[in-house]
Design a protein around this ligand. Structure first.
Ligand code: NAD
Ligand code: 6OD
Length: 485
């Protein structure tokens, strides 16, 4: 059986046979590799390696640092299919999506953050002093230091490179902890970065679980200078506590319970198209996915019918079949959670417009963790399936009458990651998008990204922003220099 190994100080670590756990392909339930769970000592070694590598990498001129990232992007592009295959084996997602979204975005992350850091300027102020004379104030951006990067399983390489690229470009060294469900691409990336010329110790990978395992040891490690975390709000709260012990900065991209608002003047065909993506992309396992769809009453039936038709047309099947649109959930455990919400919705009186169960796909696939694309009506904002993040292929459709009511319903949540507004009235589009208590609001689109723009959430959805200048802010510490002229 293949081992997925830890990568520390520029070398893969021989696995400890007694510290392995299974890497399961959720499409079939088959174990395809063993993962070496890093001990606290190994996490310690990784942090020490990152600390040792830090001074030289931090001093490396920016053009050399970004050249490493650009070479890494080129090498990743050469191994594109291998990365896509590794992502498919770990997640069960359709290979088309692994290529078009996950690996393609990893390339963009590496290249964009190379550009962002290469072109970043410094803030300066020429200060007129009372009584004459001037002072020049300018800020020097220094790397934060050793950054712990902890990421989830839904878009493993995309979310990892979204953090690792700016962190390294800014001169930090990193210890990354991929999800226990999806360790492969973070491990392959170690090979690519090393071949691209990244010095030993600047990128380290430790495998394992959260609390009490590699994630917990890493986020609480005294040698870590900051933690960037993407995952559930619940785990984020634990990570924040451990970072607080040494007043370490954290950047959190957490859960969501995202709303879409469809007005009666929307282009309904385009809206149904957009909603199909926003509800069902990656089997609903994108933090930005829509789980609440508020539809103006006069078009409610049309939108519901259109979405049901599109949901039924989604094709679950082998991830390697190019016509498959929809993969499994990440694990049986996660499917149990999603099925629990299917049950709660029924008990709360939901009408199940489509789905609501486990499909029979035949062969090996029936040992996987599949769930049907599902749509409900008849629920309201008080019901648990409308309040709590499910992270599956499901949404509740809820009617509204007025714009004010729609805004109030959409904002009635403890989360605040993303929203989408569907209307042909652009004034209303801007107004409602701005009224959303979220980090990102789309109008007539969804998950359209410019990596230079700020990304993050409010409330239970996160803390801080990354992307473009926001990433520079998190991954560097400014020192202000004041010179009396
Ligand atoms: P998770 O919180 O269970 O795990 C995320 C990562 O944190 C994993 O690597 C895990 O091992 C680690 N971890 C868990 N508990 C930890 C702890 N106490 N200390 C240190 N590390 C810990 O999340 P998941 O199930 O892997 O991913 C799904 C969740 O991630 C959903 O809630 C989803 O909304 C969220 N997510 C958010 C964004 C965003 O950008 N806002 C993006 C993707 C996923
Ligand atoms: O697009 C991104 O940069 C990003 N961080 C997406 C997050 C998706 C969540 O699953």
């Amino acid at each position: 059986m293949m081992w997925i190994r830890n990568f520390v100080g520029g070398e893969f670590v021989d696995p400890d046979e007694n510290a392995g756990f299974d890497d399961v392909n959720p499409a079939t339930g088959q174990v395809h590799a063993r993962i070496h769970e890093a001990s606290p000592e190994l996490v310690d070694r990784a942090v020490i390696a990152a600390r040792r590598a830090l001074p030289a990498w931090a001093r490396t001129p920016v053009p050399e640092r970004v050249a490493v990232l650009r070479r890494a992007a080129d090498l990743l592009a050469e191994r594109f299919d291998e990365f896509a295959a590794a992502e498919v084996a770990d997640t069960g997602k359709p290979v088309t999506q692994a290529r078009e979204l996950d690996v393609a975005r990893a390339l963009s992350n590496l290249r964009t953050f190379a550009d962002v850091v290469a072109t970043a300027g410094l803030e300066s102020f020429l200060t007129d002093l009372p009584g004459g004379g001037q002072a020049l104030n300018y800020a020097v951006r220094k790397p934060l230091g050793v950054v712990a990067v902890i990421v989830p399983w839904n878009l493993p390489l995309l979310l990892l490179t979204w953090k690792v690229a700016p962190a390294l470009a800014c001169g930090n060294t990193v210890v990354v902890k991929p999800s226990e469900e999806t360790p492969a691409t973070a491990t392959l990336l170690a090979e690519v970065l090393a071949e691209a010329g990244l010095p030993s110790g600047a990128y380290n990978v430790v495998h394992g679980f959260g609390a009490g395992s590699a994630g917990g040891h890493l986020s609480g490690h005294p040698g870590v200078d900051g933690v960037t975390f993407t995952g559930s709000s619940e785990a984020g709260i634990h990570v924040m506590r451990s970072a607080a012990a040494r007043v370490r900065p954290v950047s959190f991209e957490l859960g969501g319970k995202n709303a879409a608002i469809v007005f009666d003047d929307a282009d309904l065909a385009a809206t149904v198209d957009g909603l199909t993506r926003s509800v069902f992309a990656n089997t609903g396992q994108v933090c930005l996915c829509t789980e609440r769809v508020y539809v103006q009453r006069s078009v409610f039936a049309d939108v519901a019918d259109g979405l049901v038709e599109r949901a039924r047309a989604l094709r679950m099947g082998s991830p390697l079949d190019e016509t498959t649109t929809t993969g499994p959930l990440i694990s049986r455990t996660h499917r149990d959670k999603v099925l629990h919400y299917f049950e709660l919705a029924r008990r709360a009186g939901a009408e199940v417009l489509t789905g609501g169960g486990v499909p029979t796909l035949g062969g090996d696939l029936d040992s996987g963790s599949w769930a049907e694309p599902t749509l409900w009506t008849g629920l309201t904002n008080v019901d648990a399936p409308v309040r709590e993040e499910i992270f599956g292929p499901v949404a509740a459709l809820i009617p509204f009458d007025t714009e004010d009511e729609a805004v109030a319903l959409a904002n009635d949540t403890d989360y605040g990651l993303a929203a989408s507004v569907w209307t042909t009235d652009l004034r209303r589009g801007h107004r409602v998008a701005q009224a959303m208590n979220v980090g990102i609001s789309w109008v007539n689109t969804w998950f359209l990204r410019d990596l230079r723009s700020p990304f993050g959430g409010v409330g239970l959805s996160g803390l801080g922003r990354e992307g473009g200048a926001s990433s520079l802010h998190f991954y560097t510490e400014p020192t202000n220099v004041c010179v009396r002229l």
